[in-house]
Design a binder for this molecule. Structure first.
Ligand code: MN
Ligand code: MN
Length: 318
């Protein structure tokens, strides 16, 4: 009698427990995904010419919260050549215009398990091709996802698809692995062909995002940021206000990105500017500077979150 495949009772139990925990984790991802999908439908209706951007951000965030999920990051509303990382600062006066190409990007989380999704809206059919290019590239990428596939191949196909529409993919923005309370985990899925990549593995969860641009296909950082996140660095802080703001961040947002706008509701605005500056200069906060392609260009984005299964993937945000 061979004892090779006989597991002892306790390890079997442990395995069962692990499996159950995995399943619970995916259920949390699915709940986050389902909520994000519901709010996507509302978001599509409220993005209209004449609407203040701050109203869109706050409405989407409150729709998510009212469904019992957390905010994975501030609602991003990136217009025209702005590709990513714009959320309204406190007292934002920006209003959507009928000429705009608007990217709406937001995320829900359940117990730190994140669903991240984005879509693009325009009010001029002239931009339909640009929007279709990023959407099609996302579909092509989703079709490819399964264990063992090289991220390099996915990047190649995204690039090919977007170029086929006559646009450029944005080379310095990518899809990303998700982890509990970590929006940008260790692996990326590029928007272009790259020399080296990694392999997709079963059980991983990715936010896959594609960008098509009429511009250069590369973004530069603006000298301002409205979104920040906490870094694993602790240093002495000179100002009491900075220590207070740090306490709020640790308690409310953990390692997830947050908006200056959110903190402005909890503390004095003048003190807040000062605290954010000290925390950023000391490396305690990471600033997500607004990212744009060249002036006059237009960028579209599409994004879904998916769980990698044995022989494909499950998209949880559609
Ligand atoms: Mn996103
Ligand atoms: Mn993302």
């Amino acid at each position: 009698m061979s004892a090779k495949n006989v597991k002892n009772h306790s390890s079997e139990k442990q395995e069962q427990k692990q499996q159950q925990e995995e399943e619970e984790k995916f259920e949390k991802y699915r709940k986050a995904g389902k909520t994000a999908k519901e709010v996507r439908e509302i978001a599509r209706k409220i993005v209209q010419p004449g609407t203040p951007v701050i109203d869109i951000c706050e409405r989407i965030e409150s729709e998510l919260l009212s469904r019992g999920v957390g905010l994975s990051f501030p609602c991003n509303v990136s217009i025209n050549n702005v590709a990513a990382h714009y959320t309204s600062p406190p007292d934002d006066k920006t209003v959507i215009s009928e000429r705009d190409v608007v990217k709406i990007d937001f995320g829900a989380h359940v117990d730190g398990y994140i669903a991240d999704t984005a879509f693009t809206v325009s009010f001029n059919p002239e931009h339909n091709k640009l929007i279709e290019a990023s959407e099609r590239a996302l579909e092509v990428a989703i079709e490819l996802i399964k264990p063992g596939v090289e991220t390099k191949l996915i990047g190649e196909k995204i690039e090919e698809t977007i170029k086929g529409y006559g646009f450029r993919p944005i080379k310095d923005l990518s899809g990303h692995l998700l982890d509990q309370y970590f929006l940008h985990s260790s692996k990326i899925i590029p928007n272009i062909s790259v020399p080296h990549g990694t392999k997709i593995e079963e059980g991983e969860v990715y936010a896959l995002e594609t960008f098509a641009s009429t511009g250069s296909g590369s973004v530069t950082e603006a000298p301002y940021a409205y979104i920040y996140s906490l870094m694993p660095i602790r240093v002495p802080l000179r100002f009491k206000g900075s220590r207070q703001v740090l306490g709020l961040i640790q308690k409310d947002f953990k390692t997830l990105p947050f908006a200056e706008r959110w903190l402005a509701k909890k503390t004095s605005k003048a003190g807040l500017k000062f605290a954010i500056r000290e925390l950023t200069e000391k490396g305690v906060l990471r600033a997500y500077n607004v990212l744009s392609d060249k002036k006059g260009s237009l960028v579209s984005q599409a994004e879904h979150t998916l769980i990698v299964l044995k022989d494909g993937c499950e998209v949880i945000t559609r």
